[in-house]
Design a protein around this ligand. Sequence first.
Ligand SMILES: [Zn+2]
Length: 124
Amino acid sequence: MNNPITSKGAHALPKDIRKALTADKKAHAAWKSLTLLARNEWICWTISVKTPKTRKEHTERLITELKQGKRRPCCWMGCVHRADKTLSASQLFLLKKKRDDAQPQTQKATQEKTRQRQSKKQRS
Ligand SMILES: [Zn+2]
């Protein structure tokens, strides 16, 4: 391996995480001791967030938890982006649930808009 901090796996190591790791000697050492797959899980967990704020929080937690000796992110369904591995039943279930959770909200919003439009029409 030319660069021990990079990860093979589905995800490349993003710059911000690399920066955080290299800034902390102990975390960096822990990171280097992880398997490539474990690193991939951490990267996936850190970047699978919706906002930059959460990403920052995850990056900070990564550093803290590496120093606590954690090898993998906890409460994490696992990377679903790996091409070398098929998804497990629980991963599929969680992904489907995520989609289902997101959908009713958009439907509700559309219904709400339609209702507002209709009530406007009735008033005029
Ligand atoms: Zn992933």
